[in-house]
Write a protein that binds this ligand. Sequence first.
Ligand SMILES: [Zn+2]
Length: 362
Amino acid sequence: MAPTKRAPKSLNGEPGPVVDPGWPDWIDPAGTERLRDAIRGGRIGHAYLLSGPQGVGKAAAARAFAQALCCTTEERSDQSAPCGRCRACRNVLRGAHPDVETFSLDTQVKLADKPGRAATLTIETVRRLRSAGALFPLEGTRRILIIDDAETLLEPAQQALLKTLEEPPRAVTLMLLADEPEALLDTIRSRCQEVALRPVPQATVVQALQRPGVAESLAVEVATLSRGCAGWALAAVADKKLLQARRDERTTAARWIASPPYEKLVTAFTLGDQFGKRRGEVIGVVQAAIQLLRDEMIAAAQGTGEAEANEPQASGTTRPATFSRAISATLQCLSDLNSNVRPRLALEAMVVAWPNLETQDR
Ligand SMILES: [Zn+2]
């Protein structure tokens, strides 16, 4: 592996001018346009559910939405575009606007009596949200309450939240942000306008990283690891642990794919048995495997040129169709792991569909 490049100093907390992200161009534009259209048309909903993988830009989109609604600059040609300079815009960005409140695992820790980050948003937090929803807007015409990590709400907490959604306060917009919207009750989802934010092309992530000065080689590496989530990429260049964890997942996945058949199965069993304790990590490795198999498939397609899919497999090479089947099996495994199929079975079914790559070096 190439030596690790350090992120430029400007990213490591050196004071500088506050850059207003407005609507960052690295967020899925199809999703942000829906929110912006609602503002332009003056049809702002009572509740939105922004869904999408971690780091795709849900929080940044919610912040831009809040800024656009709170912005006090009158002469804006597009009401959905915050000016980014007025006091209201800057306060939203700093998390200091009285009409914009965020509830998340992090804010919950800060308000809790006992320290330690809980794994779920508690019913107490939902009660705080309900009280916040009863207040009138102080500076603008609307309060925006953002519930990050909404997928961690357990059922009693969701039931409490449902009451707010059933009788929404008039001047309040709730923004639920969830990595896994399936974790929410159907009754909650049906009362929200769901806006799915999808990963963006790798080039968009590279651009987002290079703008604040990340060197090209690091930007390309981080973008490759980002799975199209520029928010994650921007955090990863500032947090070495985050970046290293993802590098490790990729290395583990590459070794696993390249290992002999017997070892492949042993790894599947081991990770399956440890799934309960290492859920995030195992899912990360499987996601990394999907990406590696895709890269291999593209390389194989380019390498074999016009080689016919019906031709017998030449020794030492793997045909694109083989990778394609492997990718399908791996995507299926990911879906099974998220829907509580026994992890060991899901991982075993996946690796038996993987090509035998032990003759190829990576
Ligand atoms: Zn403004």
